[in-house]
Design a protein around this ligand. Structure first.
Ligand code: AMP
Length: 394
């Protein structure tokens, strides 16, 4: 059995999972989350297999001190020595056009990762912090990078090309890349085990960040997030699709800098803006039932956006065999799933209300008569990264 550590670095957070595997069975020995890195009040959670979650309040100045603190916790609880770790897998947001699959990290890969970091303005550097810290702490342990954009590299030109002057693509590589690819890949792979005949699939990864992907014969052919993770459907705090001129207009007429507009589009928009300050759909749903007008609008806009993409991708693929809901909202919000599916009744889609009341489990929602199969499939990006890491390193 080999032990593989999976890391998912955010700008002020770091998720980790320690797997034990023989390449067939993958057991999670421990997992946790470091929060508020570089901010007062930082802490690390830790949960070993079948145990209660523990929270450690620690001062975490940067990703390197955070990783060292995580190692201390792992050594006290589930590891005898760091030498037991055979490989480390990292989640990365963006691989540009360089990477259509996971790769073992070497200096050439690092150069390409540095080149693509600006494509994710708010998160790009954070992913790199985790790799840099890990390479300095465990220099002899192989490390693998898994890219959120890799699964979407199969998109045809008509889906990934924007109608910009050609040099914007040819010289500056501005195009649709797409994100959440590891999640879309995982849930579509799980669906193919249950429903191998489904060749036209729409995967709805609906969480604090959301994206919808059209998957034909197992390959991504279009996806709602684009060059950055700001477009597509309305998100928790990100605006989703807006008229391309709006940011320029705001800068010109309100004397705002690009950095200010960047922050606004990523942190102050989406459901948060529409609902009057709530980005979590649990809060918005509560307000909706209280009759709060802003919450009702926020929900209506969200449903409208998701339905629009499902309709567009159904047309692109010439039909749809199955729709998958995943991620925080997709797995848990019976309320939003029902509202989305009700709007799709025109295509003969029907879900079972009682089954839909369940949360966080793999279930088929569609009724026997439904012309489209509908599934909730909990995502597991860490498992895909662990499998890729094992397959590349062992
Ligand atoms: P994620 O980014 O995939 O972790 O999703 C996080 C989001 O999922 C939260 O911000 C909520 O909007 C949503 N969410 C999580 N749990 C629930 C739930 N029980 N009901 C409705 N929405 C939920």
């Amino acid at each position: 059995m080999k032990k593989i550590l999976i890391l998912n670095s955010g700008s002020s957070s770091l998720k980790y999972q320690l797997f034990e595997t023989d390449g067939k069975v993958y057991n999670v020995l421990a997992k946790g989350l470091a929060e508020r890195i570089g901010i007062p009040g930082s802490n690390i959670s830790f949960q070993a297999q079948n145990d209660e979650k523990q929270i450690f309040k620690l001062e975490l100045d940067n990703h390197k001190t955070t990783l060292k603190a995580i190692f201390d916790i792992l050594l006290k609880n589930v590891l005898q020595s760091m030498d037991e770790i055979s490989a480390v897998g990292h989640r990365l947001g963006h691989g540009g056009e360089y990477f259509d699959k996971s790769v073992v990290i070497n200096d050439d890969v690092m150069t390409k990762i540095y080149e693509t970091k600006d494509l994710l303005p708010l998160h790009g550097k954070a992913f790199i912090y985790g790799i840099e810290a890990m390479r300095s702490i465990l220099p002899d342990v192989p490390q693998v990078a898994t890219f959120d954009s890799a699964f979407h590299q199969t998109m045809p030109k008509e889906a990934y090309l924007y109608a910009l002057p050609t040099e914007q693509y040819e010289k500056y590589r501005i195009r649709r890349y797409g994100f959440h690819g590891t999640s879309h890949y995982y849930v579509s792979r799980e669906l193919s085990k249950i429903l191998p005949q489904a060749s036209k699939v729409i995967s709805c990864h609906l969480g604090s960040g959301s994206s919808i992907t059209a998957i034909k014969n197992g390959k991504s052919i279009d996806t709602s997030l684009g060059f950055t993770a700001t477009g597509g459907v309305t998100m928790g705090t990100r605006c989703g699709d807006i008229d391309a001129y709006i940011p320029l207009y705001i800068m010109q007429t309100q004397n705002k800098t690009a950095e200010e507009v960047n922050l606004m589009m990523n942190k102050e928009c989406g459901l948060y803006a529409l609902s009057g300050g709530y980005s979590d759909t649990r809060d918005i749903e509560k307000k909706y039932y209280e009759g709060d007008e802003q919450a009702i609008t926020a929900i209506n806009v969200y449903v409208h956006n998701v339905v629009k993409y499902i309709g567009a991708y159904t047309a692109e693929m010439g039909g749809v065999d199955a729709i998958i809901f995943t991620a925080g909202i997709g797995e848990n919000s019976s309320f939003l799933r029902q509202k989305i599916c009700d709007r799709l009744a025109f295509m003969g889609l029907k879900i079972d209300k009682e089954i839909n009341a369940q949360r966080g489990k793999l279930v088929e929602l569609s009724t026997k008569e439904s012309t489209v199969k509908v599934y909730v499939i909990p995502t597991n990006e860490e498992l895909v990264i662990a499998q890729d890491t094992y397959n590349l390193c062992m």
